[in-house]
Design a protein around this ligand. Sequence first.
Ligand code: AMP
Length: 275
Amino acid sequence: MRVILLGPPGSGKGTQAQRLVERYGIIQLSSGEMLRTAVATETPVGLKAKDIMAAGGLVPDEIVISTISDRLDQPDAKRGFVLDGFPRTVPQAQALDELLKRKHLKLDAVIELRVNESALLQRVETRVAQMRLRGEEVRVDDTPEVLTARLASYRAKTEPLIHYYSERRKLLTVDGMMPIEEVTRQINRILHALAGKKPAKKAASRKRRGMGTRKAAKKAGPRAAKSGVKAAAAAKKSVKSRAGARKRVSETLRKGAKKSSARIVKKLTKRRVKA
Ligand code: AMP
């Protein structure tokens, strides 16, 4: 599974990414975390990024792209990944497309966590005030002042990615203002609905490998095997209807770019049950 989580700072991408890591056994690629480590260990990248990050700006594309590219080459990225904080600009998204193409990898989905900015600022203000009262250290770029700059940079440079991925039929939107558990549930439903397309692929590849529908029916279990031709016909129908469902899923995803994910998922689930 290869997923991008898209959303402004504070929208919960990090929390949701960790949950995806636990659930799907994939890795989390957080550009912010990688850069913070680079800053803390004073690597050449860290030295370049330090002041930019402290001011809430964006680190130059080429630095972030090469950091992500190197990480994608590591063996543990083979099982899949969730990108959190990258891409953040259209050139980064284009570079990612190129990278994935070169590595023969396909992106499954881009999930946008949509949040209300003023509520977000208020949340951070309260959290920072409480941390300061407790005498805890606050991340240099997590203050309300820097967050305002980070939000402005999100709006100007990252928001165009919503259009970028929506045009490519990859975008799904979740209401990030819901409780964390509900956001997780919605994301899982989306990914589950997308994964539901896979049996059709398997059936198609069985067909390509010359395994007829009768054989497929036999493989489907003793009940299907017993009824011979009938089972073969049923299997054929099921292959057809699953292929149809797949087509409808992509159609719904395309149309549904503007709808809430809850409605999309409901629609997909209903259709799949019928199919
Ligand atoms: P984050 O933890 O994702 O909010 O990132 C923290 C900071 O790291 C951001 O405010 C940027 O300064 C920098 N950063 C993280 N990811 C990127 C990226 N993809 N492109 C440019 N700068 C980034």
